[in-house]
Design a protein around this ligand. Sequence first.
Ligand code: ADP
Length: 187
Amino acid sequence: MRFEFSLFSANMKPMNTQEKTLIVFKPDAVQRGIVGEILARFEKVGLKIIASKMVNPDTEHYNFHYEEIGKLGTRRGQKTLDTTVGMMTVGPVIAFLLEGVESIALVRKMVGATESKSALPGTIRGDYSHMSFAHADAEDVGLSNLIHASADPEEAKQEIAHWFKESEIFHYEAVHEKFTQPKKSHK
Ligand code: ADP
């Protein structure tokens, strides 16, 4: 006799492994002209772009993004919140939604640690920037670390709703999906 065990009991739903996540190319990435090069990294791992736009949001938009959702001032102090919002309003940013298998954690791994100085080589912040917290604090500036990425599923949900309307999000099948994000329907 053969017994088969399922990872899920009858009333438990399997984990939703298909996730959408927000990335925002900050003004330093846009003004340095390295957006395309960095974006290619996400395409290379098989993540799918499902929305994009260049915008220049105001202080109110960023206060909501960084404090109401991200709790940046609560975690790192009002001065950090203010310098970060000031850094972001300097120029246009380019926002994307990426979709893929557990994409929220994957993108954070690729982006690397908050402090560029500590971000490992191979990560975006580690490869393209070197700013430190000490320098940002001494100069009263934001830490220009190129890219924002949603931290976890709850933050991703709130950020996506804050940055994109439903009508700006596209649903299509990429040609590589049957290998990069295979599903039962591909069989
Ligand atoms: P992450 O962007 O890695 O999720 P946080 O949410 O803690 O990190 O911070 C948001 C952003 O605020 C950082 O990416 C960085 O640009 C800026 N920042 C964080 N800490 C400081 C600091 N001590 N001084 C200046 N800017 C900071």
